[in-house]
Design a protein around this ligand. Structure first.
Ligand code: ATP
Ligand code: LTN
Length: 334
């Protein structure tokens, strides 16, 4: 609890350009929850280097992601929006937690297996212990709730297990966090292959709608989305491409999938696809405009980065000191 409010933590990696999946699965929920909780939203740049990055690009993308958080509607005066690498307690707690995590637990992580297969030439120890750093992120702020897409559930389970293991050994040190998965949009699939999630690191740019895509591009990608030959608008796992389009439309318009199916009753894919395009455009247009405006205001962004980095450091430091005391590290001499 901070000032009588429950705490929320979440983060995104500064790798690649954000997709509509990132927005509907995560960012949109962040905004919806931001009044109710005391929120920490991190640009997790330390996670990004588990895959090789070009330094100049990483720096640019990290700033762009932080700007997008604000452009999407998070008020940086109320929400702590900051760079993970500016708060050294993340690395310090991750080290401690590494010593309480079993190899077997990390071996089971499906994201590790996927990423290791994708980057076979660079299966580094950081990629393997990635979930431990994520646990440190969450536990440092004593977060009650963590809004993520479904793909992150396994990491969140590990975080809970680590927190419980630690508390069993040392008393009530960490709050046990809960995942928050949005009802619609928790897993947006690729427009070209509806068996795969829409991903910012997909090689096929037609599979993903990027948050910065212009209206023509969005329309073209929606019209070309892979569907099926049944031709009838239903919401079923047998028609995964169509189901995904219904999910996107519903998430963008605030309707339920059932309402969407009713709206398109008797109509065909040729009606639905451009409607999905329009719905996406109307969600992304204000976000893009705000992003363009904010990006020009260097002094404002710099002040946010400084103030929020310090605020995060304050809360993270409190937890880290408690952990150090519990595990038997000597007190600092003041
Ligand atoms: P990458 O493709 O590089 O692994 P990513 O697109 O999966 O990245 P992350 O930075 O790992 O993006 O995820 C940021 C947040 O967006 C997470 O909460 C994740 O669950 C959510 N997310 C990512 N892709 C989707 C998707 N297709 N549908 C819903 N949520 C998603
Ligand atoms: N692993 C997450 C990003 C992430 C995160 C976190 C999400 C790092 N630390 C803490 C929620 C809470 C991902 O790949 N999407």
């Amino acid at each position: 609890m901070i000032d009588g409010k429950k705490v929320l933590f979440s983060g995104m990696q500064a790798t690649g350009n954000l997709t509509l999946g990132n927005y509907l699965g995560a960012l949109k929920n962040w905004v919806a929850l931001s009044d109710e909780y005391e929120c920490f939203y991190s640009v997790v740049d330390m996670h990004s280097i588990t895959v090789r990055q070009d330094p100049a690009t990483l720096r640019k993308r990290a700033r762009s992601l932080l700007t997008l958080y604000i452009a999407a509607g998070l008020d940086p005066k109320k929400n702590c929006i900051y760079y993970q690498s500016h708060v050294s307690a993340h690395a310090e707690l991750a080290w401690v937690l590494n010593c309480y995590t079993y190899m077997g637990e990390l071996n089971r992580m499906t994201q590790f297996k996927d990423k290791a297969a994708k980057h076979a030439d660079n299966i580094n120890a950081g990629l393997f212990t990635y979930p431990v750093l994520m646990a440190a992120d969450i536990l440092l702020y004593q977060a009650d709730v963590v809004p993520v897409g479904i793909d992150q559930m396994q990491h969140l389970e590990l975080t809970r297990n680590l927190a419980e293991r630690f508390n069993n050994l040392y008393g009530e040190v960490f709050t046990i966090p809960e995942a928050y998965i949005g009802k619609v949009g928790a897993k947006i699939m690729s427009l070209q292959d509806p068996s795969k999630k829409m991903s910012k690191s997909d090689e096929n740019p037609n599979g993903s709608i990027y948050l910065m895509d212009d209206p023509d591009t969005i329309m073209r990608k929606c019209r070309r989305a892979v569907t099926d030959s049944e031709g009838c608008i239903r919401y079923t796992d047998r028609q995964p491409g169509l189901k995904n389009l219904i999910d996107i439309y519903s998430a963008c318009t605030g309707k339920t999938p059932e309402e969407t199916v009713r709206e398109f009753d008797g109509k065909g894919y040729g009606d639905l696809k451009p409607a999905v395009g329009e719905a996406v455009i109307s969600v992304l247009k204000p976000l893009q405009e705000e992003y363009a405006r904010l990006s020009k205001d260097k002094a404002y962004l710099d002040s946010i980065i400084k103030e929020n980095g310090e605020k995060a450091g304050y809360y993270a430091g409190k937890t880290l000191r408690k952990v150090h005391r519990k595990i038997g590290f000597p007190d600092r001499i003041r």
